[in-house]
Design a protein around this ligand. Structure first.
Ligand code: PLP
Length: 432
């Protein structure tokens, strides 16, 4: 490994976040990653890993996608500006037009991180409706800015940062009565929902709930906002997961894979009449802004990502999703440590249930600070590292292992991953 990069890992520990580095060390996470070889991550010792997490969803097209890199290199070899002082970027224009072709939303706001897209959606909702209240769904994860944290599931990501943005309330997931009460609230501007709540444990909403949500909201009433930062860009076997809902939401957010895995890029997409209600006067046209939003390099990566993500690739996601699910049903579901397997496309969760034995608890494993959390998920993650797979648990549900591999993962690696999880579960079961 390049000496300067090795030094960089040490300096991360010193100058960025020592406990993140410690956590990686404690769970045996392969963090001294050196290069990408044939789509796999190779560490300083030459051990290769299959990334079942897609770099937290960003690497849907595989690590270091050649097509995205070629587009970036071509742009860098040209002479176009990175930033247009007028704010009128042809690259942003092209990207917005491609997104409109792909999913029908004809008004785009670009930013860098997912949370920023969520903030844009929250401000759109208040601005467009003139109403103050926002409803979200319990268990949510919409990012870490203050607007997003106001919608966050109670717990460590939220609690110490209060007071939170006022007039934001969480509806219990799937609770029809609570939904009816929210829909009857004359002060409600919007309901924000993730098509699949990933951090809550890869929870898929009930179709009847979505139907009522779609029917009870609308562009002239309570806006429906789908946060597709995890589920969008083909992840569930549709370009947008909400594309299969009874009605298209009034606004959606995209991030993560939108930048082709190379650039930070996010978008809040809506329809022109809603956008214009907020920003449709000259004096207000730019009152929500982001300096780097829609910068050339990010948009070039976004255009390359959309070029890759054609219907054939989305069909492949659906096919590979079925294949992975079938392999999990065969090798993983029979384990007594598995409660359920759920999800859609290449976004699956394995809910674990550990027996009441001390060996499955954090204090026994030497981390009493974490004793309130289930340890079984982390134990499985640790075993998978040893087997050459990078996977993770869900942020609000540590007993659920999430699988969201790149769309380019070969079928044989998906099958091998299911076998490895099955073997790891057998090992963990035998620990008692
Ligand atoms: C559903 C959802 N929304 C928003 C975000 C925030 O995105 P970012 O971390 O890029 O700000 C995330 C991040 O994981 C997410 O999963």
């Amino acid at each position: 490994m390049d000496a300067q990069l090795r030094q960089g890992f040490l300096e991360f520990r010193a100058f960025v976040n020592p406990l993140v580095a410690l956590r990686a060390q404690l769970v045996g996470e392969p963090y001294l990653l050196d290069q990408v070889v044939d789509g796999r991550l190779v560490d300083a010792e030459g051990m290769a890993y299959t990334d079942l997490l897609s770099g937290w969803g960003t690497q849907a097209f595989g690590h270091r996608s050649p097509a995205v890199e070629a587009a970036l290199i071509a742009y860098l070899q040209g002479a176009s500006p990175s930033i247009y002082p007028s704010g009128i970027s042809p690259f942003a224009g092209l990207l917005a037009a491609r997104l409109e072709q792909r999913c029908g939303y004809d008004a785009a706001f670009f930013a860098s991180g997912g949370s920023e897209a969520v903030e844009a959606a929250l401000k759109l909702a208040r601005g467009a409706t003139g109403k103050p209240r926002i409803a979200c769904i319990k268990g949510a994860y919409h990012g870490c800015t203050f607007g997003s944290v106001a919608m966050m599931q109670a717990g460590p990501y939220r609690d110490i940062f209060g007071p939170h943005l006022p007039q934001v309330d969480a509806l219990p997931a799937g609770d029809m009565d609570a939904l009816e009460r929210a829909l009857a609230d004359p002060q409600l501007a919007a309901i924000v929902i993730e098509p699949i709540q990933v951090e809550a444990g890869v929870r898929v909403p009930d179709p009847a709930y979505l139907e009522r949500l779609c029917g009870g909201t609308g562009p002239d009433g309570i806006l429906l906002i789908a946060d597709e930062i995890q589920t969008g860009m083909g992840r569930t076997g549709h370009f947008l997961d909400s594309g299969a809902w009874p009605r298209q939401p009034d606004a959606v957010t995209l991030g993560k894979a939108l930048g082709g895995g190379a650039m930070p890029l996010s978008a809040m997409l809506t329809r022109r009449p809603i956008f214009d209600r907020v920003y449709g006067q000259l004096a207000l046209a730019e009152v929500h802004a982001s300096t780097f939003g829609g910068n050339s390099l990010a948009c070039v990566a976004g255009l390359a990502a959309l070029e890759l993500l054609d219907d054939a690739m989305i069909d492949e996601v659906a096919r590979k999703g079925h294949l992975l699910r079938a392999a999990l049903d065969e090798h993983v579901a029979p384990s007594p440590l598995v409660g359920a397997i759920r999800g859609k496309g290449l976004l699956l969760g394995i809910a674990l249930q550990a027996p009441d034995h001390p060996c499955y608890q954090f204090d026994y494993l030497g981390a009493p600070e974490l004793a309130a959390q289930p340890a079984i998920g982390m134990m499985l993650v640790h075993r998978l590292y040893k087997a050459g797979f990078i996977a993770q648990i869900c942020g609000h549900a540590w007993q659920v292992l999430r699988l969201q591999p790149p769309y380019t993962t070969p079928d044989a690696e998906l099958a091998a991953c299911a076998r490895a999880i099955g073997e790891a579960l057998d090992y963990l079961w035998d620990l008692q």
